[in-house]
Each structure stands twice: as structure tokens, then as C-alpha cells.
Write a protein that binds this ligand. Structure first.
Ligand code: FMN
Length: 175
């Protein structure tokens, strides 16, 4: 048994961006555990600004696919989770909500992989005109930023797991 055989490590290394899905629905208990994993992510000062929109309505998924210029796979995926930041009351000038939502998104993708699903991270915030097209589809209020959307489902393509590290990018004690 090596560290690589550990199931958590296998899920982290095995997670790839999968952009083809079967139409199999995602069971309710799996959806809930994905969200529980998202809520379990660390957040700066424990402020927990992340909120999630669970999208399964085919019409909404299709509208998102139309609005997101690299989101065609949302026409196939049975599920999407929009990872959003509620910025109301968040300290002015502090953008740690971006990191908080990124941590939540990564937890969703790794948990999905661990449970036999696949997914892909679709950026929304700071991308124009994508962001402006997606916000009305999801009906988010002005104080809410849609950081990214995870397209999720049973994968219909396979990719090799990640392996190895880039020695040039590892520094010892000082840069
Ligand atoms: C911040 C961020 C934004 C991304 N946005 C998109 C996107 O809009 N569309 C897409 O197809 N993939 C997107 N991806 C997925 C990357 O293209 C993918 O992670 C990268 O090519 C590496 O492949 P891998 O995930 O299989 O390791 C995004 C990933 C990150 C971390």
C-alpha cells in the first residue's frame, strides 16, 4: 500500500475536466453530499460567503449552455451547481470570497470524482459578456457574484489521471 493507493489521493489525482456526459440523473443523496463537501471547504475568517444554486431543470441548463461561451456540455449534463458569493456585508476591498468559492468548487469536483461522477469548472465572474448573460438566467441579486459553475454527471469520456510534479516549480526554503 503506497500513498498513491489512498482513495482520497486517487480522487484528487483522477479528477480531470470532463466535458461529455450521459443523461443519467444524479441521485439525491449524492447531490446532498456534494453540497455538504462544498460547505466543508475552508473560508477566510470563517465568513462562509458561498451559496449554491443546484440546477437540474433542462430549460435552465440549456439557457446556461447558450449563455456560457464554453458551456456547451451543459446541454448534456444532468446537473450543474453554480458556486456563488454573497458579498452583502462582506468587508469592502476584501476579495477572499473568490478563494473561498474556489475551495468549495474544488471540493465539489473531487467529491464528484470520488463518487463515480465527473465534472468541469466553468468560470463566470470577470468574464465578459459571459457573466452578464448568465446572471439573469440564474436570477441572482446584485450583491451576489456567480464565481463559477460546475457541470456534473456521469462521464461519457475518459482522461488519464494526473501524475508527477514539475520540479522546476518547486522551490526549497526560498524562491
Ligand atoms: C478558474 C478556472 C476556470 C476554468 N474555466 C473553464 C471554462 O470556462 N471552460 C472550460 O471548459 N474549462 C474551464 N476550466 C477547466 C480547465 O480548462 C482545466 O482545469 C484545465 O485545462 C486542466 O485540465 P484538468 O482539469 O483535466 O486537469 C477552468 C478551470 C479553472 C481552475
Amino acid at each position: 500500500m503506497t500513498p498513491r493507493d489512498n482513495q482520497t489521493i486517487a480522487a484528487i489525482l483522477g479528477r480531470r475536466s470532463i466535458r461529455k456526459f450521459t443523461s443519467d440523473p444524479v441521485p439525491g443523496d449524492i447531490k446532498r453530499i456534494l453540497l455538504e463537501c462544498a460547505f466543508a471547504a475552508p473560508s477566510a475568517h470563517g465568513r462562509r460567503p458561498c451559496e449554491f444554486i443546484v440546477i437540474e431543470d433542462r430549460a435552465v441548463l440549456d439557457d446556461l449552455a447558450e449563455a456560457h461561451d464554453s458551456g456547451k456540455m451543459l446541454r448534456q449534463s444532468p446537473l450543474a451547481i453554480a458556486v456563488c458569493a454573497q458579498k452583502e456585508g462582506y468587508p469592502e476591498g476584501d476579495r477572499a470570497w473568490v478563494e473561498d468559492c474556489a475551495a468549495a468548487m474544488e471540493n465539489i469536483l473531487i467529491a464528484a470524482r470520488a463518487l463515480g461522477l465527473e465534472g468541469v469548472w466553468l468560470k463566470v465572474m470577470d468574464r465578459h459578456p459571459r457573466n452578464e448573460k448568465i446572471r439573469p438566467v440564474l436570477a441572482v441579486p446584485p450583491s451576489v457574484e456567480v464565481v463559477a459553475i460546475a457541470a456534473l454527471g456521469k462521464g461519457a469520456e475518459e482522461k488519464t489521471p494526473h501524475e508527477g510534479l514539475d520540479e522546476k516549480k518547486i522551490h526549497s526554503n526560498r524562491w
